[in-house]
Ligand binder design. Structure first.
Ligand SMILES: Nc1ncnc2c1ncn2[C@@H]1O[C@H](COP(=O)(O)OP(=O)(O)OP(=O)(O)O)[C@@H](O)[C@H]1O
Ligand code: SF4
Ligand SMILES: [Mg+2]
Length: 334
């Protein structure tokens, strides 16, 4: 079961966040609004190219040079961070915001032993002695369920993929960040190892009380593990709600299709429905999903839209729901 939100303190807020390419002004992220509370696991899901990693990079202050935040704000613990210098952003990374990447190799330096890397990471912000840092490193390696002493004295190339991802996770979590961003942390791993990594993130999240922004292609992962979910399409946030609400009452036609295309035990012998059209086909005008949407109506190709509230904590950006002001779910719409 998903963890419950400990307190409604806001850890991260994106207000109308927009990102564009500097050279041709092409907009890649469109007015994204999102709030993550303390102790919450928030799932961000969408097809490849929908803007998930750009969102994470903007929060980390790691946007590629060709891109810029063109509008909106990022608040971390109620402080604006979208205009920080590279140096100021670096101070946030580590004990304030930690990130686990899809490519765990990028988090580790190949020819330096794991223990040495961990000690260096720990000592810089914390002013610890070598002995204290080593104790913490060994402890955290045990917590991610690795043979701590052996891994501590190993080089990264002596470890398996799953072990390296655990080390990367340990290195981030030993700094006890307030926010952990996990961008596709399991993509490079087999299903069982990947599932263990997610379980581990949840366990450690509860232990240190951090919030998690969990990014994935797989709706099934966020339905299972996240408290709340946002669905992205073509750089737009198209639906947001509690995981159980989205799982039971998906409103946006794209979310509905994502849900229908999820494999399940009951449907394992059936041919799963495919989402029509090509991923990355984003309509330039009107609704971004209009070129692929089975429910498209005339208004969709002409008029842009904003998120509107369907019920408490459930918002959707779709013309089908524009006239719906309800506290329930209207069958007539679906
Ligand atoms: N450095 C860059 N220069 C230009 N466009 C970029 C750059 N980085 C990303 N983009 C574009 O921004 C859009 C969003 O990319 P992003 O990496 O956020 O997608 P994603 O949702 O993380 O996809 P995936 O699931 O494949 O990781 C894509 O259209 C991508 O081509
Ligand atoms: S606005 Fe129109 S095209 Fe877009 S998701 Fe809704 S019905 Fe489909
Ligand atoms: Mg990505």
């Amino acid at each position: 079961m998903a963890t419950s939100v400990i307190k409604k303190q806001k850890v991260l807020q994106l207000n109308q966040l927009s990102i564009k390419q500097k050279t041709n002004q092409k907009q890649l992220l469109h007015q994204v609004d999102l709030t993550i509370h303390r102790g919450e696991m928030f799932g961000l899901v969408g097809e490849s190219g929908s803007g998930k990693s750009l969102t994470a990079s903007a929060v980390m202050g790691l946007l590629p040079k060709q891109l810029e935040i063109s509008d909106g704000m990022i608040l971390f613990q109620n402080q604006p961070i979208h205009q920080l210098s590279v140096k100021q952003h670096r101070l946030l990374r580590g004990d304030k915001i930690g990130m686990v990447f899809q490519d765990y190799n990028g988090s580790l330096t190949p020819f330096i032993k794991i223990g040495k890397q961990m000690i260096e990471t720990l000592r810089t912000p914390n002013n610890l002695s070598n002995k204290q840092a080593k104790e913490i490193a060994i402890d955290v390696l045990q917590r991610v369920k690795l043979p701590a002493k052996r891994v501590y004295s190993s080089y990264p190339f002596q470890l398996s993929g799953g072990q390296k991802q655990r080390v990367a996770l340990a290195m981030v979590l030993m700094l006890r960040p307030a926010l952990l961003i996990a961008d596709e942390p399991t993509t490079a791993l087999d299903v069982v190892t990947g599932e263990r990594i997610i379980e581990l993130i949840k366990e450690l999240q509860q232990e240190i009380g951090c919030s998690v922004l969990f990014i994935t292609h797989h709706l099934s992962d966020v339905l299972k593990h996240a408290d709340r979910i946002a669905v992205m399409y073509g750089g737009h946030l198209v639906e947001e709600g509690m995981a159980h609400t989205i799982g039971n009452h998906p409103a946006h036609p794209f979310t509905e299709l994502l849900l229908k295309s999820m494999p399940s035990l009951e449907r394992k012998l059936e041919r799963l429905p495919m989402i029509p059209g090509e991923p990355g086909n984003v309509a330039e005008k009107g609704c971004p999903f209009a070129n692929r949407c089975p429910k498209v109506i005339e208004r969709c190709v002409q008029t842009g839209l904003e998120l509107s509230e369907l019920s408490h904590q459930h918002t959707v950006a779709c013309h089908l729901y524009e006239d719906v002001h309800t506290t329930g779910y209207l069958d007539g719409v679906k």
